[in-house]
Design a protein around this ligand. Structure first.
Ligand code: TXA
Ligand code: MG
Length: 343
């Protein structure tokens, strides 16, 4: 049976009422710890997206994560830990750059790929010699990790290839009672999955763009991380089609928005639009979402908008490409994958 608990007032999407560490209802955290300890699956909020958590040392629980998600076994999981000092239990030969990044960006939306310690489960690493580690900043994630005392392996709490969940209700839509517990921490404040930097090789590599930008990383590393190459470790977030809504999607430049809507209006009964401005002009067959103008706010609501559009049920979704400046990189990455090259 799935149970949802809100240990404290949920965050509002704006993050205007942040959860205060220590204000959580302790019984929800202890229940979650108990379930994790006995091999159960607990979904918990992070500042990026909701995770589907399992004890990183329990192979049965880890196997359940893969089966519930429908995720191929060779796609590794991120281990979430309470504090940077815990890296040493999971990684070896930790480069100095890792400590510097941890100091600047943890707790926060950054995942580091490091050489694995011997004891780390092959289910976590997908059989690779590297492990992904992250210290999330969401107060509920922090409380859970502190109370659990060891690593929680957690992919995003969505079925493989689908849009990541940014609210507890999304997790329930995805899994229903196939998981054991959901900690409700309200809407995630970042809304896009963490930036992933691989420090297990000669040079730092960016495996997935996120809220921590290449420029911010370069400020600490002294060099820009290398872009991902096809031969690197398997990362589902780098598949051409990922994060996809069910509604057929067209991603177009602002200059082609009206023409694309016109093209579809002949055959489609209803068209959803996610645009940077409001030009719906009394067309009842359009369901129009005017998207926020800043990349932070846009990232926060992007996945929730896609889910809402799927729920409403439209014949197609037309998305206007947001500005092409560097701070929008992670959003372009997710939009392009969602559109799967159909732009
Ligand atoms: O923001 C996030 O990172 C969220 C929250 C829950 O922490 N988690 C998340 O997990 O997005 P997931 O599994 O959906 O995506 C993690 C990505 C995957 O693409 C996985 O392949 C990659 O991280 N990854 C994990 N461990 C890795 C490793 N050892 N080597 C290379 N890639 C790895
Ligand atoms: Mg994912």
């Amino acid at each position: 049976m799935i149970t949802v608990e809100s240990p404290a007032r949920p965050n509002e999407p704006t993050g205007a009422t942040p959860l205060v560490p220590g204000a959580d209802k302790p019984s929800a955290i202890s229940r979650a710890v108990q379930i994790l300890g006995s091999g159960g699956l607990v979904s918990f909020p992070t500042e990026t997206v909701y995770g589907l958590g399992a004890d990183a040392q329990n192979d049965n629980a880890l196997a359940r994560v893969f089966s519930v998600k429908g995720r191929p076994a060779d796609h590794p999981l991120i281990v979430h830990v309470a504090a940077p000092a815990m890296l040493e239990g999971y990684a070896r030969d930790i480069p100095e750059a890792a400590w510097r990044l941890a100091e600047c960006f943890w707790p926060g939306p950054l995942t580091l790929i490091l050489k694995r310690e011997k004891g780390v489960s092959d289910l976590v690493t997908g059989g690779q010699d590297a492990v992904g580690l992250r210290v999330p900043s969401h107060p509920l994630a922090q409380s859970l990790l502190a109370a659990f005392g060891r690593g929680i392996a957690a992919p995003s709490a969505n079925r493989f290839g689908r849009v990541s969940p940014t609210r507890a209700a999304h997790v329930i839509q995805e899994f229903g009672d196939r998981i054991d517990y959901v900690l409700d921490g309200g809407a995630c404040t970042v809304g896009l999955e963490s930036t992933i930097v691989d420090l297990s090789g000669q040079r730092p590599r960016l495996l997935r763009p996120g809220a921590i930008t290449p420029a911010a990383l370069a400020g600490v590393l002294g060099e820009l991380p290398q872009p991902t190459t096809a031969s690197g470790p398997r990362v589902p977030g780098t598949l051409a089609s990922h994060y996809a809504p069910r509604t057929p999607l067209r991603l177009v430049d602002g200059s082609r928005l009206e023409r694309t809507i016109e093209q579809h209006s002949g055959t489609a009964r209803s068209i959803a639009v996610m645009a940077m401005r409001d030009c719906r002009r009394n067309r009842p067959y359009l369901s129009w979402k005017t998207m926020p103008p800043t990349h932070e706010e846009y990232g926060r609501v992007l996945f929730a908008c896609m889910r809402e559009i799927d729920e409403e049920g439209h014949d197609c979704l037309v998305i206007e490409r947001p500005p092409l400046t560097p701070e929008w990189e992670a959003i372009h990455d997710r939009l392009t994958r969602a559109a799967n090259g159909e732009s």
